[in-house]
Write a protein that binds this ligand. Structure first.
Ligand code: HEC
Length: 179
């Protein structure tokens, strides 16, 4: 085997193992799993595994939580992660991350934060554990980004949304402490 062939064989090996790894991680990820609505309770939708998901009507009307997530994302995450989950030079595109990031992992990163600080990097994802404006709406932000990851909605403000469910008002009152 010449050097040239040897290198070629390595490249093939690398791409085979890379596609194996990505195929297996996609199979395990909630975010990348079928986002179809399997159940609903008071205007909140869940997939077959019970993870929060979005519901978009053919005319583009989004469920309340997706709309709420759009607003919360753009008030608390957009500054680093860019508009519409598209990413920035500082922080990753969450519309991409949610293709493979599971729901529990998403909640964990937002709650605990994550640092990538070394000689070449100075990236800090803050912990939002004590921020009620984020933690009380964590599922809203998740379903909004999940919809973006699946190209279920375009960028920008959703044109219309379902009414705010009574259950969302009650959950908000008890979670945020705002009467
Ligand atoms: C101050 C800037 C900043 C803000 C504000 C911020 N993030 Fe981050 N976030 C980061 C950085 C930087 C990373 C990458 C950290 C790393 O490299 O480990 C990150 C990573 C993440 C990840 C992991 C992505 C992946 O691909 O693994 C998630 C999920 C995330 N952020 C969600 C959010 C959410 C939701 C909000 C809003 C509530 C938010 N972030 C607000 C800076 C920020």
């Amino acid at each position: 085997m010449t050097i040239k062939h040897w290198k070629f064989a390595l490249v093939v090996l690398a791409s085979v193992s890379a596609s194996f790894i990505s195929a297996s991680s996609v199979a395990l990820a909630d975010g990348a799993d079928d986002p179809a609505v399997a159940s609903s309770e008071n205007g909140k939708y869940a997939d077959k595994d019970g993870n929060p998901t979005y519901k978009i009507s053919p005319d583009g009307t989004v469920d309340w939580y997706t709309f709420s997530g759009f607003r919360r994302y753009h008030s608390d995450c957009h500054v680093c992660h860019g508009p519409n989950g598209e990413g920035s030079t500082y922080a990753p595109a969450l519309a991409e991350s949610l293709k493979t990031l599971t729901y529990p992992d998403f909640v964990s990163v937002v709650t605990n934060g994550r640092n990538h600080v070394d000689a070449a990097n100075d990236k800090v994802m803050p912990s939002f554990a004590t921020n009620v404006n984020v933690m009380c709406y964590i599922d809203d932000i998740y379903v909004y980004l999940r919809a973006r990851a699946n190209n279920a909605i375009p960028g920008g403000r959703p044109p219309a949304h379902e009414d705010k469910p009574e259950a969302a008002k009650q959950a908000e009152t008890s979670c945020t402490g705002i009467k």
